[in-house]
Design a protein around this ligand. Sequence first.
Ligand SMILES: [Fe+2]
Length: 270
Amino acid sequence: MTETFFEADEQQAIDQYLQQGFVSFELDATLLDSLRERLFTGARSLLDLPADLSVDAFFDQIHTWVPVADLNRVRLGFIRHLNGDPSVRPLLYRLAKQPLGWIVGNELAMQRSLNLSIQFPKDASSLLPLHSDVWSGNSPYEVVFWLPLVDCYATKSMYVLPKPQTDAVLADFGRYADLSAEAFFQAIKADVVWMEVPRGHGLIFWHGLIHGNRINEENDTRWSMNTRFKSLLSPYGTKELGESFLPITLRPATRFGYAYRKPSIHKRES
Ligand SMILES: [Fe+2]
């Protein structure tokens, strides 16, 4: 019998992440609702919304009340609203605490500022061409917690190129390096997986995977938050500790370790 240190469900998540580079999981519904409520409350102060509007209709149909030319200004308003509320980052962490522990560890650094993507149907102005975050200097030790606030599927979602196919592209990168982003996408299109993440579920993925989005061809708006996490003591990329990342679950053993100084052997003069 082989020695094993992981519980069965933990092992399953680890195996899936190792094989695919992503894993999805169920969220605590009360925590998610409270996050959606906060955004809805923020929206009431930012926008002129009908008094009887439901939370669901607000998220799915926000493109009805905001012209696309105004989308970025409104999105930045929401991001300011989220970053101004000190309970949001702990709430996000709590939503993904268990799978983060399984995939990354329990002593974590978390992205300092929060992000929000809002993708209107048929809008070509907020697209993210295919990329790997590691290409722009992020540490390969990071993961992204991708949190949809609405049902995400097909082009209303994002796509990733799973780990084996990303590895194959990177191993033969010369073939792709000179292509435009669109030609690159066409070359890998058959292998990408569109993330089916219904509301109430979250996703952790390795941002070293090739990923991106396309025009949202569905009828409703996509809302998602993406937040980077990494093991506190793992190597940092261009996003440094204290700048882009803050420690969130520093353990006392590490505090003692950081503070330890080798005792001096010099005798004190008396
Ligand atoms: Fe990315």
